[in-house]
Design a binder for this molecule. Structure first.
Ligand code: DAH
Length: 332
């Protein structure tokens, strides 16, 4: 009889271990632990046994039933876990979409020059500001000491919008209007560079584009002189191009600075490159910015960013830089 109990227990344990799903386990449990199961059958026969045997065999049957129940509970836990895992796997949503082989890109060469210029000026103690690309006549011309009919206006091939009164809203022709916005917003001392896109009604050719990039500089503080301007330009030249480069100022005219100059840099081989304009901020411009020219003085400069990139990489035709031809762009 004891052998029968062991036999029935082992068969039940094997059946439980062989289940692969919770449904199968439920069926096996009814089979081996239920009233029609082998162990229940043995229990029913206990009454016909002698008292001593009845005790021993009864205990063995109870232990067998306990062991099968424990094994069954453990199996239920592990099947439940598996069921959860496979449900998670089955319901997983892959939200990534790979439409093509991914390639690592890099900033455009004008952007690279823009960022390097910012880095160098931040290193010299400047901050960076940006202004709107669509400007009013006031900021682009008038506040910069170019009243209506001022001859210097004709030097800018302006693109006007048809917004508001005719001829009052335009795509900015230079980054200089940001000088006024900075002066109106921040109290001096001001040490600011202002990079951005500018627009002119130019026909594209090897050296002109109707859209290009400039960086403007503005310093306003007490007792600023032309020497600070020359020193800053030279420090910038050496920091950006290298210590083998020199700079010079040449007299020139701009309405928004007085005196005004053009600044050039000299390559180590001796050749000069014209870079941009600069000068001492005109008192009228300080006034338009809300500052008292008796108290504050400053200098300003502005030059083309694309030209710097072109110079640095030896690009022959400016148009190549903006035609989005990957064969060209990928080279830099
Ligand atoms: N805004 C001038 C231009 O686009 C460049 C310039 C000249 C900027 C002299 C300045 C400056 O700040 O002082 O032609």
């Amino acid at each position: 009889m004891n052998d029968d109990v062991r036999h029935a227990r082992d068969a039940a344990l094997t059946a439980v271990a062989a289940t692969a799903t919770l449904d199968q386990l439920r069926a096996v449990e009814i089979d081996v632990l239920g009233k029609r199961g082998a162990l229940a059958g043995l229990k029913a026969k206990l009454g016909s046994l002698p008292v001593d045997d009845r005790k021993v065999i009864g205990q063995a049957i109870n232990e067998a039933l306990g062991a099968v129940q424990d094994a069954s509970d453990a199996r239920r836990a592990s099947l439940g876990d598996e069921a959860m895992q496979s449900r998670i796997a089955g319901e997983r949503l892959d939200l990534t979409e790979v439409t093509a082989r991914r390639r690592r890109g890099h900033p455009h060469l004008s952007t690279q020059a823009w960022e390097r210029l910012e880095d160098v000026f931040i290193g010299l103690g400047f901050q960076v500001a940006e202004g709107p690309e669509v400007e009013t006549d006031f900021y682009n011309f008038e506040a910069l000491n170019m009243p209506p009919s001022h001859p210097a206006r004709s030097g800018f091939d302006t693109l006007f919008t048809d917004y508001d009164d005719e001829g009052t809203v335009l795509l900015r022709t230079h980054t200089s209007p940001v000088q006024i916005r900075v002066m109106q917003t921040l109290a001096p001392p001001i040490y600011m560079v202002m990079p951005g896109k500018v627009f002119r009604r130019d026909t594209p050719d090897a050296t002109h584009m109707p859209v290009f990039h400039q960086i403007e500089g503005l310093v306003v503080d007490r007792n600023i002189t032309m020497a600070h301007l020359a020193g800053t330009i030279d420090a910038f030249t050496k920091a950006f191009f290298g210590t083998g480069f020199n700079s010079r100022l040449r007299p020139n005219y701009f309405p928004f600075t007085e005196p005004s100059a053009e600044f050039d840099i000299q390559r180590p081989n001796g050749g000069w490159i014209e870079l941009g304009g600069c000068g001492m901020v005109h008192p009228n411009v300080l006034r338009a910015g809300g500052l008292d020219p008796e108290e504050w003085s400053g200098f300003a400069f502005g030059f083309g960013i694309d030209r710097m990139a072109r110079e640095r990489h030896g690009v022959d035709d400016l148009r190549d830089m903006f035609s989005n031809d990957m064969r060209f762009i990928e080279q830099f």
